[in-house]
Every structure is written in C-alpha cells, then in structure tokens.
Design a protein around this ligand. Structure first.
Ligand SMILES: [Zn+2]
Length: 691
C-alpha cells in the first residue's frame, strides 16, 4: 500500500553547547489506552450528505467532524487510529521488557527502548555523541579523500554523496547485484529547491534559517554558521537539479544502467570508486547498476567546483541532521520546529514513548514482533486471510477473462503472472537473528549506529547470493501492506489484519470492503503502470502485444488525467502520473474485491450474511456495506501543509480521492446507491477503467 520509508537515524556532530538549562520533561508514558477502531461505523456516516454527490462526505463526514487532528499528528485517519493502538501495545511490551526482561531477546529490545527513553543522559550529552564523526570530517584534507572517508565513515553515518547497496537485478531477478542511486537532499523533493513560486521561496529561506540555527547549536560562530548554511543550500540545489524527478523514477528502464567499475569511474573521475569498494569489503564487484547517471555526473562536478570547506559543511550538516532526533532537547526542538511544525503543520512534538517505540520497532522489529504476534495475532486470522486472498485471486482471474480491450494472447500472459503471485501473511517464517547487535542501556546513539550497521551488512552480504523470498520488508505490527515487483509477491503484516480492515465477527460485505480491497489493491500492483513492466519471474520484460500495450497506456492515461484534476489544497492538484500506480491499484482492487464478495454471497447464500434482516444490516444492503466499509478505511483529516508535501512526494492520493476517485469509475457503486447517470459519483462518461 505504501513503500517502506527507511529512516536513516544515525549519529554525529561537535563542540557542544551543553545546555543544562534545556532539560526534557520526564515522559510519564501514555495516559490512556487508545480505543480499538471498529469496521463499518454507522456513527461515522454523514447521513445528510448524498452518497451520489460526494460519497466520501457520506461515508466519513461525521468521523471527520468528531476526530480533529491531535496536536502531535499531521494526519489523522483510521489507519492512524490502528497504528497508534498497535504502537501502544508494542510500548507496553517494550516497557515491561525494559523493567523486567524475561528472555535474552527481551533484554535486548528492552535495553534499546530504555536507552532511548533516558532523556536525562541524552540532555547531558548534548551533541557529544557526534564528536568522532565531526572530527573525521574536520580531518579531511582534500576532496579526493572522500571515497576512502566514505568507506570508513558510512558505518557511522557521516558519509555523503555516494553509496553502494545490493538489490535484485531488474532483468534477471535471480541475481543480486550492486547498485548506486541518487539522494543527498534534505527538503522533501527536488521541487522544493527549484520551484519559483513564492511558497517555495519562503520555505527555502526558512530552511536556510534552520541550517544556521542548527550549526549554531553545534557551537559554530554566527558568521561560520551562515557560510555553512549557504554551502549546504548551494550544494543541495545543484544535486536537486541533477536528480531525476519522481515520475521518471517510476520507470524501471530509466533506472537501469549497468556499468563496469571502469565505466562508472570514467563518468565520475573525481571519486575513486575502487578505493570505496575495497574499503567497504566489496572488492569482488565488477559491474554496478547506476540508476541515475546524471546524478553521478552532477556530484562529480560538485566535487571539482566546490571548495573542500563547502564539502565539509555539507557532510557536517547531513551528520547532524540524521541524528538530530537522538540529541539533547535544543537540537530536537529546532529539528521539530522546521521539519514537523513549519513544513508539515504539526503543533506539538509527539511524546517520547511513541517515538522510542517506533525507533525500537524499526531497529529490532523482528525481535519485538515475536512477542507481539503471540499476543495480538490469533492463529485463525492467518487461515481466514488465506481464504480471502484465494477468493480475490479467483475474482481477478475472472476479471481478466472479461476485459474487452485485451487480446487473448496478453490475457494468457497476465493469467500466468497472476497465478505466479505468492502471498505472505502475518509475520516471517524465520525470525531475523539480531544477537550480534550490541545494545547498551546508556548509549542511544551507539545503539542506533550498531543497528544500522547490522542492516547495512545484511544488505551487502546479499551480493551474488540467491534471493530469499521469505524476507519481509515490513515489521509485524505495521499497519500497511506491499507488493514486491521483482519477487512478484504480496505481503500483509499482522498489524493490518484488524479493524477497521478486518473483523471476523462481521459479515463478509465489510471484510471484503476493508481488507478485501487491500488484497485486491496489492494484486493489482502487479499490473499497474510500473508492475506491468515486470513479468511473472519479476524481470523487466515486455509480455504484452504492442497493440494491447498501446490500449493499456491509453486507459492508464485516462486515470492520470482524471486524478490530475483533483485538488488537495488551494491551488495544489494531485500529480496524476506520480499517483498512477496507486490509483490503478485502488480502482482495480475495489472492482475485484466487489466481485469476490458477490461470488462468495452467491456461493454461500444466506449463511454468508449473518445479522441481515430483509436483505439489510444496520439499514444497508451488502453492496452498500461493502462500499461504506471501503470508504471508511480512508476517513482522515490532514493539515494543509502535509497535504502539499504529500502532493509532491507521495505516490498515494489522499483519502478523499482514493474513495471518490475509485467509486466514480465503478458503475456498481452507482447502482448500489441508486445514483442517476450524470451525478458526480456516476459520471455520464462511465469514468476510467483499466482492470
Ligand atoms: Zn499500493
């Protein structure tokens, strides 16, 4: 549903402004247990709204009125309700493990959590934990030393510009190869550096102010801080210009450029790749996928034109920024003030227990998750989910057969790909072994560094080895799901298999409208603008006839244009091409989940409809309950600021358009609610349809 955002939390910085006067208030933990969300909430409905005019308002109007954004959030929806509850339950486990561990595993994650909660020590240390990194940056004597520096320092997070990772080869998914990408920006998107609108000019000025304040907190003098801030802004702006935009990045062909080390070296003579590869223990690498050659040449240019001092400013900044949340209160507060309050509209910092719980889950998720699933994921949930997945697969197979625009030849290939999709449900078959990570109760920054290193090493160790399809990219309590194109598998962590997505005590209509649509959505990702470029083995390969591919593009263009027209904040519309994959998956998922429900009801008859009288439950038919349950998954409120950030960066549309955009393209919705052709949710054109 969303791709996993990997947060780089590393540590580093300098002389300290050891602000004893800034002491974090003690965190007494949660004051109440978050309520359990429910699936299909009659009280959330705004019955004064006409579902045929604005279905989202009808499904979510009262919920949105009754659930303003809490001060420590920027978006608040049903997803967040469940995620907050999962986070709370996880917190209870972590707290118990920190106070009285019952196993070596509990001791490890309990200590990790306790180190994060120890604000007294964090405040006392100021930025001191960053000293080794900042000293290494200060010791650089020439830009030509950067490759050796990076190899040594990336373990601690003070490296910059280039990095090598290991991933599946897009053209031969059985191989794991070296790759290097683009990055190095701090603001949410390249557009924030380049857009001439006054809104972005203002944000850039606020960012430079933030840079100055942070450098000043590190102990730099006023003039030095100003110069450093300008260095960072200038270099990041150059990197932004040299970066591909997010829409381009969606095309696997544009991210695939296999080069020998010598070719890469010729592209960037100012960076010694072999020294770097040798330094990180990857001497055996002979070829690399360079996803963004223009980024490589841009960095190369920067390394020759920027003075060493400016390069050092840039490295200092990224070292400090990556770890700001782990430092004393003045750093934490200033980091919050710009990135959360100014950029996103968040009013208050989240309580520390919430942040430390998430941080522990990120670092040691498959340790923490072992106890969590025992308590929160009953065995029958997995079996029920498997049944639902099979029902959705059957429905998609039937849907493929009926597509009027696709030839039999392409249908046969699509069917093969669908049949090849594998499902992973709940949690991993084998838990990751974190026992090599040293966790110290009095070393927050060191713990984060060591946990990051563990993941870094785990990634590099994959080079040249077979792919492990049982590996998970999300931790068990996560409220999310994903499709992995090179592996052609769908993944549903235990965290999402609960209300408002799934409730075994309710009728199939609401479960198909909830988790059923999520399953259909993930399956459809194999056939969206991006996923359709991979074959059943996960290789980028055209499996379409030319004619069908042209028709597919015509249909997805219809969707892109439609969503381009949806406004998310005054003067800010969605980007229909950035969100095309997710919108295609939403539309296809809704359709096949609906059909799967109808098939189930036809097969099982009245037995499948507990609690119905005269064909209705709570006053609604199964079809209506299906659509309401679907719409209510997306009930949410958001600040204007975050809506603008998401419009530039998030491949998902906001809840309003995930709901209304999908139902207005599906005539069964209009029929279920008795809409007339020509009403907004039942357009005369029939809307756009791909799957
Ligand atoms: Zn998705």
């Amino acid at each position: 549903m969303r791709t996993l955002a990997r947060l780089a939390l590393l540590a580093f910085a300098t002389p300290l402004c050891f602000a004893q006067s800034f002491v974090s208030p003690p965190d007494s933990g949660p004051t109440s247990v978050p309520k359990k969300p429910i699936i299909f909430d009659v009280n959330a409905l705004d019955k004064t709204a006409d579902p045929c005019t604005d279905f989202y308002q009808f499904a979510c109007g009262n919920w949105r009125k009754d659930n303003p954004i809490p001060a420590d959030q920027v978006r608040w929806g049903r997803f967040n309700e469940l995620a907050e509850r999962n986070n709370y339950l996880l917190y209870a486990d972590l707290k118990a493990a920190a106070d009285a561990p019952k196993s070596a595993l509990q001791k490890q994650y309990g200590d990790y959590f306790a180190a994060c909660m120890n604000t007294e020590l964090v405040d006392k240390l100021g930025a001191k934990p960053l000293d080794p990194q900042l000293e290494a940056i200060a010791a650089l004597t020439a830009t030509s030393e950067l490759a050796a520096f990076n190899a040594k320092q990336e373990k601690r997070g003070s490296a910059g510009f280039f990095r090598i990772g290991v991933g599946q080869d897009q053209k031969d998914s059985s191989q794991q190869i070296a790759e290097t990408g683009q990055g190095g920006l701090t603001l949410p998107d390249r557009d924030y550096y380049l857009n001439p609108d006054q809104r972005y000019v203002t944000i850039r000025q606020q960012y430079v102010d933030h840079l100055q304040k942070m450098f000043t907190l590190l102990g730099d003098t006023g003039d030095k801080a100003i110069a450093e801030a300008n260095d960072v802004m200038r270099i990041e702006t150059a990197l932004a210009k040299g970066s591909m935009d997010r829409v381009e990045m969606r095309d696997p062909a544009k991210r695939y450029h296999i080069m020998t080390v010598a070719e890469l070296q010729a592209l960037s003579p100012n960076y010694n790749w072999q020294v770097y590869l040798d330094g990180i223990g990857m001497t055996q690498v002979k070829t690399i996928n360079v996803s963004s050659p223009q980024f490589v040449t841009t960095v190369n240019q920067e390394l020759s034109t920027e003075p060493l001092q400016a390069i050092k400013s840039y490295l200092r900044w990224h070292t400090l920024h990556a770890s700001a949340a782990l430092l004393s209160k003045p750093f934490e507060d200033e980091d919050f003030a710009f990135f959360s309050a100014t950029l996103q509209g968040q009013k208050e910092q989240q309580p520390r227990w919430k942040r430390c719980t998430r941080m522990t889950d990120r670092a040691l998720g498959e340790a923490v998750g072992q106890d969590w699933v025992k308590q929160n994921f009953p065995p029958d949930a997995k079996a029920n989910m498997e049944n639902l997945v099979h029902a959705l697969e059957a429905s998609m197979a039937a849907d493929l057969k009926t597509l009027p625009w696709m030839s039999d030849a392409t249908k046969a290939e699509a069917r093969k790909k669908l049949d090849a999709i594998t499902d992973k449900i709940g949690y991993p078959a084998h838990w990751r072994d974190y026992s090599s990570i040293v966790v110290k109760r009095d070393d927050l920054v060191g713990n984060v560094e060591r946990a990051d290193n563990f993941e870094r090493k785990r990634n590099l160790d994959k080079f040249g080895k077979p792919v492990d399809p049982t590996e998970w990219g999300m931790t068990p309590p996560t409220v999310n799901a994903y499709y992995n194109p090179p592996q052609n598998n769908i993944n549903f962590p235990a965290g999402i298999l609960q209300p408002p997505f799934y409730d075994n005590s309710k009728d199939p209509a609401v479960n198909f409208g909830g988790i059923g649509v999520v399953i259909g959505h993930e399956m459809t990702h194999g056939f969206d603008d991006q996923g359709s470029k991979y074959d059943l083995h996960g290789n980028v390969k055209v499996w379409w006839t030319d004619e069908d591919l042209a028709k597919f593009k015509e249909r997805t263009e219809c969707t892109a244009k439609e969503y381009d027209g949806f406004e998310v904040a005054p003067g800010q519309n969605l980007n229909g091409h950035l969100t095309l994959g997710e919108n295609t998956a939403d539309n296809g998922g809704l359709r096949i989940a609906y059909q799967a429900l109808m098939d189930t009801l036809a097969k099982e008859g009245a037995a499948a409809e507990p609690g119905y009288t005269d064909g209705k439950r709570d006053g609604y038919t199964p079809a209506q309950r299906f659509f309401i349950a679907f719409g209510q998954v997306w009930c949410q409120n958001a600040t204007e600021q975050i809506s603008r950030v998401m419009a530039k960066t998030d491949p998902h549309s906001p809840g309003q358009w995930r709901t209304n955009g999908s139902v207005q393209n599906f005539d069964e919705f209009g029929k279920a609610f008795g809409c007339k052709v020509g009403q907004p949710m039942m357009p005369a054109s029939g809307g756009c349809r791909t799957w």
